[in-house]
Design a protein around this ligand. Structure first.
Ligand code: ADP
Length: 476
């Protein structure tokens, strides 16, 4: 902003302090448990921005958003890097490893903010709005930000901020993997306001334009726990060629066409595929192995062909084949005519793909040894990643991911819970968190007055999930 401002006007006091603050280019690194609405950077960089910890900064990736700046952890110091809460990162439309621009923000307290509910669900009521208002206190927001808010007793809801008072600029909306966001009719921005900070007295309203369903929610790498190394490899194999095909062209390297994810059920194979599609803004297609063989009996091959055609039309695309072993079993053993034809068709389609990395197949299986070896030859599913049952650290991460949108009591100790759950995979841990939430809910149910038709604010605020709820869930 400093560079675009005209120089003819004399600088007032505020602008002078601003002129002494830098605009920084920082590299985005993964930030688990960064804190809602927070960006963490090196303290020396905070000073260069002309900020103190807790101040609000504007972060610009492909989009601009606001965040509260906080010093990075000791282990991450001395680097020109930035870690963001996943929501902030999504709102800045930046990917891991990319660079963002960071500068001090001009903020004012929010008098009012207006939300548009995105995900379909029950209508937003006054008590929900009070809850949301409380949840948002301390968060900086801008028009066009997407928020995912954990609501007690239901799955998280998504909202688009469509107005604020005073009005911030409406930073360009990001196209989502599955759909466009609804167009908003932005108000005239207030001079010298880049972001507003939600206060205890901020009025929160919802636009009742009728909730629109926007497909699967926003998901990101921060939704995957316990897979540091594997995730890194997946990003190299899939994200890189989808995002920067020229890099591969230039080095004469063939980007992979097919990546095989194998491991026990519930270890996150489907989740990974969806996240990579969302992060790369690729169209996402799912083929279910058993379904294409049984349900589409007789039209399996034409079905496969039409998925490939559509994927090519909408490229960049990811085609996810779940239970690949059902579709491509070892020929010798199955010997079935149908399977043989279908594998033949799949191989032909894969071989026919121009290999520019713009269409990537991700195959998932629990039993890699049951696969037809032909499907793992070079140019087909020739890269593999094994997913294992998570260790204690992985389980701790996954538990905190699945509890991050819920109200947790202070006694929650995820590391301890992880020790109590050996052998649990991601799906089991997610189920455990859900069960603990249900137990917490049952605890408050007797206090709900059904006559009133809504849950009083005080009841909502006092709801939280305790360690005892988790322990009870473990016993069930
Ligand atoms: P798979 O495809 O390997 O059978 P899924 O991806 O369908 O497993 O996992 C089911 C659910 O379990 C996911 O939607 C997610 O909520 C949770 N889950 C599984 N693995 C992880 C993980 N590593 N981190 C976070 N959540 C996970």
């Amino acid at each position: 902003a400093t560079t675009t401002r005209g120089t003819t006007r004399p600088l007032d006091a505020q602008e002078v302090t601003e002129a002494s603050s830098d605009v920084l280019q920082l590299t985005v690194i993964e930030g688990l448990q960064v804190g809602r609405g927070v960006a963490r950077i090196d303290p020396s960089q905070i000073a260069r921005l002309g900020c103190k910890p807790g101040d609000i900064v504007m972060i610009t990736g492909s989009r601009t958003t606001a965040a509260k700046v906080v010093p990075s952890a000791l282990t991450d110091r001395g680097q020109p890097t930035i870690q963001m809460d996943s929501q902030v990162r999504q709102n800045s439309a930046s990917g891991l490893g990319e660079r963002v621009t960071v500068r001090k923000a001009k903020v004012r307290d929010a008098e009012k903010i207006t939300l548009l509910p995105l995900s379909a669900g029950t209508p937003i009521q006054e008590s929900d709005l009070q809850y949301i208002a409380r949840y948002l206190v301390g968060l900086p927001v801008t028009i066009g930000d997407l928020l995912r808010i954990g609501m007690p007793g239901t799955s998280p809801r998504e909202f688009l901020i469509i107005n604020t008072s005073p009005a911030t600029p409406a930073y360009a909306l990001r196209k989502r993997a599955t759909s466009e966001l609804p167009p908003i009719d932005p108000p005239q921005p207030t001079a010298d306001v880049e972001a507003v900070l939600v206060q205890p007295g901020t009025l929160v309203r919802a636009q009742s334009r009728g909730a629109t369903n926007h497909g699967p929610g926003i998901i990101s790498y921060e939704d995957i726990g316990g897979l540091g190394k594997e995730l890194q490899r997946i990003r190299e194999m899939i994200e890189l060629p989808l995002k920067y095909p020229a890099v591969f062209d230039r080095l004469g390297v063939e980007p992979p066409k097919g990546v095989l994810l194998y491991g026990p059920p519930g270890t996150g194979k489907t989740l990974i595929a969806r996240v990579v599609a969302a992060e790369t803004n690729a169209a996402f297609f799912v083929i279910n192995g058993p379904e294409i063989i049984n349900k589409f009996y007789g039209e399996s091959e034409s079905r496969l062909r039409s998925v490939f055609q559509e994927a090519q039309r909408q490229a960049p695309s990811i085609i996810f084949i779940d239970e690949l072993d059902a579709l491509a079993p070892k020929r010798a053993e199955s010997g079935g005519e149908v399977e043989r034809r279908i594998v033949g068709q799949l191989l032909a389609l894969m071989d026919g793909l121009a290999s520019r990395g713009q269409i990537v197949l991700i195959g998932a299986t629990n039993q890699p040894n049951a696969l037809d070896p032909a499907i793992r030859r070079p140019g087909r599913f020739d890269r593999e990643i094994a997913l294992r049952v998570p260790d204690v650290r992985g389980r701790t991460e996954i538990l905190s991911i699945h509890s991050r949108d819920a109200a947790m009591a202070n006694d929650i100790d995820f590391a301890r819970l992880a020790q109590l759950t050996p052998g649990f995979v991601g799906a089991d841990l997610e189920a455990l968190c859900r069960e603990a939430a249900m137990i917490a809910l049952r605890r408050v149910l007797p206090h709900i007055d059904y006559q009133r038709g809504y849950i009083p604010y005080e009841t909502l605020i006092n709801m939280s999930i305790t360690m005892a709820d988790f322990q009870a869930a473990l016993r069930e």
